[in-house]
Design a protein around this ligand. Structure first.
Ligand SMILES: Nc1ncnc2c1ncn2[C@@H]1O[C@H](COP(=O)(O)OP(=O)(O)OP(=O)(O)O)[C@@H](O)[C@H]1O
Ligand SMILES: [Mg+2]
Length: 288
């Protein structure tokens, strides 16, 4: 266990200049592989505080393209907080303070001058409860592309709506009722509509915070199939309370405990041979 941690961390230390080493925060005690060979989204030494509540503690995690990473852990351990750092949704919470470095494709997303609206198009988010706008199915999906000025052409907009709904696995069910309201759809359909809305602005990363917790098993299975297909084009980070779901959809799993990233590794390994006692206690149901 110690060897894995040391290995992941040593590669970083070796590359860092001596001067920086003196001021650098201590390496997190995460077991496993928080770093990847070709990171696309990088979080280094991230801390989040809500006033006196220290919700995320020195978390470093990297995500590559075309992978699904599952975030698991007991309620209140900071999963949603961490997810919200990745597209600056915590900016909307008055007392939230985020420190550390978060970079998307090499660019610091907290740097001065970053356009947060554009960032949230690149790093889209799907919430626990489907939240379609009180607009037509068509307008729900067309909203983002119109807002971001992706096209002026009606034909192109039609095409984006069609392709997005198709990728979200909803086109066949709604193609004859595009002008019905989004809220007239079933819960599972609404969640797929929200995914289509996210995809419509061509994001690079999709964040999902318990996207299936309000859905029945059939709707859940559809979303899980969809996540697997979306992986071809996007990086996906999904928070889930279902270990079966994490096992089905993700390639790596990250276990959070009291704001710390305790262990991250290949999903199969985390579930069959966890290295940290806290991870083992959680997945065997002894805690959480
Ligand atoms: N807006 C907020 N203001 C103050 N404290 C908050 C806020 N949001 C979260 N917290 C606190 O931060 C900690 C982490 O909460 P978070 O919602 O990130 O946990 P979680 O792992 O997503 O939990 P759950 O599984 O229940 O969704 C908790 O102690 C929580 O009370
Ligand atoms: Mg949460």
């Amino acid at each position: 266990m110690a060897e894995l941690t040391a290995q992941g961390n040593r590669q970083r230390s070796a590359a860092a200049p001596e001067a920086a080493a003196a001021t650098r925060p201590p390496e997190p005690q995460t077991v496993g592989y928080p770093y990847v060979e070709q990171p696309y989204l990088q979080t280094h030494h991230v801390d989040v505080r809500y006033g006196d509540v220290h919700a995320i503690k020195n978390v470093s995690l990297e995500i590559s393209r075309n992978e699904v990473v599952a975030l698991i852990g007991p309620s209140g351990c900071g999963k949603s907080t961490f997810l919200r750092c990745l597209n600056r949704m915590n900016d909307t919470i008055e007392q939230a303070r985020v420190t550390g470095t978060i970079a998307l494709d090499g660019q610091d997303i907290y740097a001065r001058g970053v356009d947060v609206v554009a960032l949230r198009a690149r790093v889209g988010m799907v919430f626990q409860k489907p939240n379609p706008f009180p607009k037509s199915i068509y307008d729900n999906v067309a909203y983002g592309p119109r807002n971001h000025g992706l096209t002026d052409s009606r034909a192109e907009l039609d095409e984006i709506v069609n392709v997005s709904l198709d990728k979200a696995g909803l086109w066949a069910e709604v193609k004859d009722r595009l002008h019905d309201t989004g809220t007239s759809l079933s819960g599972g359909q609404q969640q797929r509509l929200c995914i289509a809305r996210t995809i419509a602005v061509s994001p690079e990363v999709i964040l999902m915070d318990e996207p299936c917790s309000a859905l029945d098993p059939i709707a859940t299975a559809r979303i899980e199939d969809l996540i697997d297909e979306l992986r071809d084009n996007y990086s996906i980070i999904i928070v889930t309370h279902s270990m079966q779901q994490a096992a089905r959809v993700s390639q790596r799993t990250a276990y959070f405990h009291l704001g710390e990233l305790v262990e991250v590794d290949e999903t199969v390994k985390v579930f069959t041979n966890p290295q940290h006692r806290l991870t083992e206690d959680y997945i065997t149901g002894r805690s959480g």
